[in-house]
Design a protein around this ligand. Structure first.
Ligand SMILES: Nc1nc2c(ncn2[C@@H]2O[C@H](COP(=O)(O)OP(=O)(O)OP(=O)(O)O)[C@@H](O)[C@H]2O)c(=O)[nH]1
Length: 327
């Protein structure tokens, strides 16, 4: 492939620079996103569980290398909305996409650029400009299925797709997840668009403690009850610790120990904090007892639940913050 398709590549390899961040693969159904994710991640990933990390970001894999950590997150497929639900879903997709550092738009080499691709390109065009513009790399997948001439033609029509929405792809990379053609190249290209930063998942591992995840989910549900419209996606729940209070249980008498469960709720604004806490703390107390019942049932133990509400400004926009918040 001619190198002018890969302008401005700089992975920082050998420069002692470490990059980290989030990437998202989009594309119409069957474009080869899952297969490519697996090929990119290869054997280098260690995910202890396939459980979604949150309802909004499912981590599909981590590319863990000495010079970079690339976290691949999933979104529901971008598609043309036919229903209101579809529109809402697409809003959610756009929210997620606006938080990543780089988007890879997958277009299969064996299929002509079609209306579905044009729809996605138009959606991406919005994200590619504005306050926090996200670069988009066009990835021509399944390159093994077509001859070189046809591939070149396809690359041109993919480039044209960007021009039609008045944008440029940050790169165009043909790959084959099947035979490994250019998969490492693509990895380098994606990494080159990440900001400088430390490992977000030390050792490339997702520590997945199912109990903590479920406890967080129970608190989140209780906290959103009745105020979902006011706190759409602005609430993040982090379980700080679950510890047994010393000397609290008595196995001889069949008395279970008391667990101290400390949980932080993060919102974006003071006004949201006020909503969560309620007048004189009344709402937070109700949230606490509701969640505590669920947690006691879940853990089979008595629970002392300690909830703290904190303001973390614009946490949704900042991937590093998201990581800190357990996303
Ligand atoms: N020949 C060839 N086939 C591929 C390649 N990548 C994916 N496929 C095939 O294309 C089909 C779709 O691949 P997926 O990875 O499931 O596509 P997807 O985009 O994740 O699909 P959705 O989950 O529907 O969005 C599967 O049958 C794959 O085996 C490739 O590089 N070469």
């Amino acid at each position: 492939m001619s190198d002018d398709l890969h302008p401005g590549r700089a992975t920082g390899v050998g420069q002692g620079l470490h990059r980290s961040g989030f990437a998202c693969l989009v594309g119409r159904p069957n474009a080869g996103k899952s297969t490519l994710t697996n090929a990119l991640v290869g054997q280098k990933v260690a995910i202890t569980s396939g459980r979604p990390q949150t309802t909004r970001h499912t981590i599909r894999g981590i590319v863990h290398r000495p010079d970079a950590q690339l976290i691949l997150v999933d979104t529901p497929g971008l598609h043309r909305p036919r229903t209101l639900l579809g529109e809402r879903l697409n809003e959610l997709v756009r929210d997620t996409l606006s938080e990543v550092d780089i988007i890879a738009f997958c277009l299969p080499a064996d299929q002509k650029v079609g209306p579905g691709d044009r729809y996605i390109a138009a959606q991406l065009a919005q994200l590619m400009s504005g306050r926090r513009a996200v670069p988009v790399v066009a990835v021509v997948t399944k390159a093994d299925l077509v001859e070189r001439g046809a591939l070149l033609e396809h690359l041109l029509s993919v480039q044209e797709l960007a021009h039609a929405v008045d944008r440029e792809w940050a790169d165009i990379v043909p790959v084959s997840a099947q035979d490994g053609y250019q998969v490492d190249e693509l990895q380098d290209v994606l990494v080159s668009h990440l900001p400088e930063g430390p490992e977000l998942y030390p050792g490339g591992e997702l520590t997945d403690e199912p109990e903590a995840v479920m406890v967080a989910e129970l608190v989140r549900e209780a906290a959103l009850e009745g105020v979902r419209d006011e706190l759409p996606h602005s609430l993040a729940v982090v379980v700080e610790e679950i510890v047994e209070r010393e000397g609290s249980g008595d196995p001889a008498k069949g008395r279970p120990p008391l667990l101290d469960v400390r949980v932080n709720l993060f919102v974006e604004r003071e006004s949201q904090k006020a909503i969560v806490i309620g007048r004189g703390g009344s709402r937070l107390r109700a949230v606490g007892s509701e969640a505590r019942r669920g947690i006691e049932a879940l853990l089979g133990s008595r629970v002392y639940l300690d909830l703290h509400v904190k303001v973390a400004k614009d946490w949704q926009r900042d991937p590093k913050q998201l990581r800190r918040l357990g996303f």
